[in-house]
Design a protein around this ligand. Structure first.
Ligand code: HEM
Ligand code: HEM
Length: 249
């Protein structure tokens, strides 16, 4: 049930454009619809929810004492912080489940197997990315149209962290709620050495997400600049550009 590609005939930009290559000769580029609407919607809902979860989570762990100047009954700011945390938690979890579903019905770029380097070509690409972008001992490599294999693997690691944070989050929530969803996670609390253990790990993973976001946003701009294929705008509009003389994976 992959989504159909938007039609070029209806007044949008042509599928190819001419630009100058390093030696001054024009190079033809083709436009490829990579990130379908559900992937882009997932991305930005996740980005907003996760940012709010990090900020409100941090405030829950380290409340701002100056706000306690008024009497407790005259203020509700901490209540709002927790409320936003819980609303975003539900949005973030169901959004993630929708993305998992899309990994089975979406196009090849969003398919679940783009996140696991099971093919020889993906394993080779991981080495290429490390040599080119991390160690800088190699100048060029063929670039993937969708996620490169290393990025895909790191996203998979992030998805595991999403699951961990969801489990520990609902385990903390289970003592404050009688609804069936959080109650399913009650058994996690004794397993992690009580509420303080769960809270410790839930808090520690905050810093994993903060690190991921900083590196991720930097790399999005880095690849946009180095490759000149519209990486940043692709997660907004869905399109990337590939040289027409390359096969494009
Ligand atoms: C990636 C997403 C998330 C991040 C970064 C995050 C971060 C945090 C942090 C840093 C705390 C404070 C812990 C402390 O006391 O030091 C916290 C508290 C909490 N979080 Fe999350 N959280 C996330 C997702 C979730 C989810 C999915 C749930 C599920 C309901 C959840 C439920 C809770 C609960 C119940 C508390 C304790 C609130 C309280 O005792 O007032 N969190 N979170
Ligand atoms: C809290 C902030 C963010 C989080 C948690 C986040 C997370 C993610 C995740 C999980 C993916 C994989 C998407 C999938 O296949 O389902 C992704 C892809 C992507 N994100 Fe973000 N993102 C954030 C912010 C941003 C921002 C601000 C930008 C742009 C400046 C950006 C640009 C991209 C791009 C271009 C891709 C596709 C990357 C590729 O070609 O491999 N992200 N992001």
């Amino acid at each position: 049930m992959a989504m159909s590609e938007p039609n070029f005939a209806v007044g949008v930009a042509p599928p190819s454009a001419l630009s100058a290559s390093g030696n001054g000769k024009p190079v033809e580029y083709k436009r490829i619809y990579v990130w379908e609407l559900p992937v882009r919607a997932y991305h930005w809902i996740n980005a907003i929810a996760l940012t709010l979860l990090c900020v409100t989570g941090y405030l829950i762990g380290a409340p701002i004492r100056a706000f306690y100047a008024a009497e407790a009954y005259q203020q509700f700011w901490f209540g709002w912080v927790r409320f936003i945390h819980f609303v975003c938690a539900f949005v973030y979890v169901f959004n993630f489940l929708a993305r998992l579903y899309w990994g089975f019905v979406g196009n090849k770029y969003s398919h679940w197997n783009a996140f696991f380097p099971l093919k020889k070509s993906q394993q080779k690409e991981i080495l290429d990315v490390i040599k080119t972008d991390v160690l800088e001992v190699q100048m060029h490599m063929p670039v993937s149209t969708g996620h490169n294999a290393l990025a895909g693997l790191i996203y998979f690691g992030t998805f595991l962290a999403f699951v961990f944070q969801t489990i520990t989050g609902f385990a903390l929530y289970s003592s404050m709620s009688s609804s069936w969803l959080p109650r399913m996670f009650t058994w996690i609390v004794p397993l992690m050495g009580g509420e303080s253990g769960v809270r410790f790990w839930h808090h520690t993973f905050l810093w994993f997400f903060v690190t991921f976001v900083i590196v991720h946003v930097y790399l999005a701009f880095y690849h946009d600049y180095i490759e000149g294929r519209g990486t940043v705008s692709s997660i907004i509009g869905g399109w990337k550009f590939d040289r027409a003389d390359k096969s494009g994976k």
